[in-house]
Write a protein that binds this ligand. Structure first.
Ligand code: MG
Length: 258
């Protein structure tokens, strides 16, 4: 693992009575890939997650900007898995999903923006539009920097013209949503749901900062990779996250055995 400070924090987490481990998916437990549908949890991380889930008073949740159905697919999560999808708009508790129930007005403004963005994507080779439960994402991974910037600027003005959208930028994606929720909101829902005494949250992107912002007390925030962050700790990449999770699951299993 990285620094001693993080090792100490992980040791403290391992000893907490009720632990929630919340993990961003893309770029945190799975390396970023060109085809988002093909990303998967690193095998070493998968093993540690399975072990953590088997322990008493320990819960693992995936946290993502992806829509719920897509997140289920890439995480290969079973029906009992806790999931925070669409940046906190959809939170799946043990057994059921949250229905986001869009109004007619919300649907029509989304349809109008979808049409505009799809035309834009058609003119920008490599770009594509993703429909999300309460919004749309313009993906520009693989698009040259200048073209991506132009497409994003045009998407912004289309959204501004229609009105009512909340904008969110990420790595190679620009999103427009008609509802506001953050990963931090999702983490708070799950914290209450499992009555956690401490939360570990790890993430690599700007939207994960909303998750770090709700951490407090004995919680531990781990930023993956470069960039400004309010997380207390930092690791280099998903491989380091897998290693950290293995250390956590081993020491928590030992605690349980005592
Ligand atoms: Mg990510």
């Amino acid at each position: 693992m990285t620094g001693n400070a993080l090792s100490d924090a992980i040791a403290r987490l391992a000893a907490t009575p009720r632990l929630l481990v919340a993990l961003d998916f893309d770029g945190t437990v799975s390396p970023l890939v060109d085809k988002p549908s093909e990303s998967r949890v690193l095998p070493a991380a998968r093993n540690a997650i399975d072990e953590l889930e088997s322990l008493q008073d320990t819960w693992v949740a995936f946290v993502s900007g992806r829509p719920l159905d897509g997140l289920v697919r890439v995480t290969e999560a079973d029906d009992s898995a806790l999931l925070i999808a669409s940046h906190g708009v959809e939170v799946r508790l043990t057994g059921g999903a949250v229905d986001v129930g869009l109004s007619t007005e919300e649907r029509s403004v989304l349809d109008a923006l979808r049409e505009r963005l799809q035309r834009l994507a058609a003119d920008t080779p490599g770009a594509h539009v993703e429909s999300k439960p309460v919004g749309l994402g313009l993906h520009t991974r693989g698009v040259a920097h200048a073209e991506a910037a132009t497409a994003q600027a045009e998407a912004r003005s289309a959204a501004a013209e229609l009105g009512g959208f909340i904008e969110r930028g990420g790595k190679d994606i620009l999103e427009f949503a008609v509802r506001d929720a953050t990963k931090g909101d999702g983490i708070e829902v799950l914290r209450k749901h499992v009555d956690a005494t401490a939360v570990l949250f790890a993430g690599d992107d700007v939207t994960d900062e909303d998750g770090f912002a709700v951490l407090d007390g004995d919680d531990v925030g781990v930023k993956v990779g470069d960039g400004e962050t309010r997380a207390g700790y930092r690791v280099a990449d998903p491989f380091a996250i897998a290693e950290m999770l293995a250390v956590l699951s081993t020491s928590r299993a030992n605690r349980a055995a005592q």
